[in-house]
Write a protein that binds this ligand. Structure first.
Ligand SMILES: Cc1ncc(COP(=O)(O)O)c(C=O)c1O
Length: 283
């Protein structure tokens, strides 16, 4: 965030990762949300926003985005990379779910398409264990040196214990088989979630990702997520309010379904209860 002064413009996807929004607001950034579709951000809207003003950076998560699960298509990645070069803004590419692809073909990173305009970041958290909380950035050496200095001024040093764990995992060759194990564990959960949506909620519009942790739904016209949440609590189903993921409002009908922590049977039952909850609010 050392790139930012109060009032600076930052583009994000809409919806986007809520913690990023919290951080940007804390730094008093002016946030412009670019709508996300199932194949990534709407590039026409991105271009029309760029004609109005150029952001300091565009925070974007092209692979299995949190919260929508959307994956940016190859053609859109190419265009976003071109726009970053043309208008001279940074792409901050956040890719903690990229390696958790259960099927389909990988798209190139924005970093590979616009290496001089992209700061790429990822994390071991989703691959080793949540408690590790160890991330990393790849990109322009001068920018990263400045960021490291801010980090040092903020928390003295990184957590060397977490570094040691991640280093040993990689050195001993544990990471590739762990990723394969996670894919085997999570792939049936993704399938179960998609199948349950088809079975119980065929009218809901769902993203259909090939990996990651999240599927998202746009609830039918006239049904509000907040009402569904209240109804779901009565079925002992606890849902996150999606509103916090939207930088400039909207998202009344948005619902994120994180599928990784539940068994296929639990997922089926959860989606069944969700469908009941939607019915309750429509009556
Ligand atoms: C898009 C995105 N970026 C960053 C993070 C945080 O990463 P870490 O868990 O390594 O702190 C998350 C975690 O949920 C995330 O979804």
């Amino acid at each position: 965030m050392h790139l930012l002064n109060p009032g600076d413009v930052v583009f994000t996807e809409s919806p986007t990762y809520d913690r990023t929004l919290t951080l940007l607001r804390r730094h008093k950034a002016t946030i412009v949300g670019i709508p996300v579709e199932s194949d990534g951000v709407n590039v026409e809207i991105l271009e029309s926003e760029l004609k109005k003003r150029v952001p300091k950076f565009f925070y974007i998560s092209p692979d299995f985005q949190n919260p929508s699960g959307a994956v940016c298509s190859g053609a859109k990645r190419q265009r976003i990379a071109e726009l970053a070069e043309q208008y001279h803004f940074w792409l901050v590419e956040d890719a903690p779910y990229r390696l958790l692809r259960y099927r389909g073909k990988e798209e190139p990173t924005l970093f590979s398409l616009a290496p001089n305009r992209t700061l790429y970041m990822s994390s071991f958290t989703k691959l080793i264990a949540p408690g590790v909380r160890l991330g990393y950035m790849v990109g322009d050496a001068d920018v990263l040196a400045k960021l490291s200095k801010i980090a040092e001024d903020t928390y003295i040093s990184p957590v060397y214990f977490a570094h040691g764990i991640a280093y040993e995992w990689c050195r001993r060759g544990h990471l590739p088989p762990q990723i394969e194990r996670l894919k085997k564990l999570y792939a049936p959960r993704l399938e179960a979630c998609l199948a349950a949506i088809d079975r119980y909620m065929p009218e809901a519009k769902a993203t259909r990702p090939d990996g990651g942790f999240f599927i998202s739904l746009t609830l039918p016209e006239g049904v509000k997520t907040t009402d569904v949440r209240h109804a779901a609590a009565k079925h002992n189903l606890h849902l996150t309010d999606g509103l916090a993921f939207f930088p400039n409002g909207g998202g009344d009908r948005f619902l994120r379904l994180p599928f990784c922590a539940l068994t296929p049977e639990q997922i089926d039952e959860g989606v069944r209860r969700l469908a009941e909850s939607v019915k309750d609010t429509s009556q």
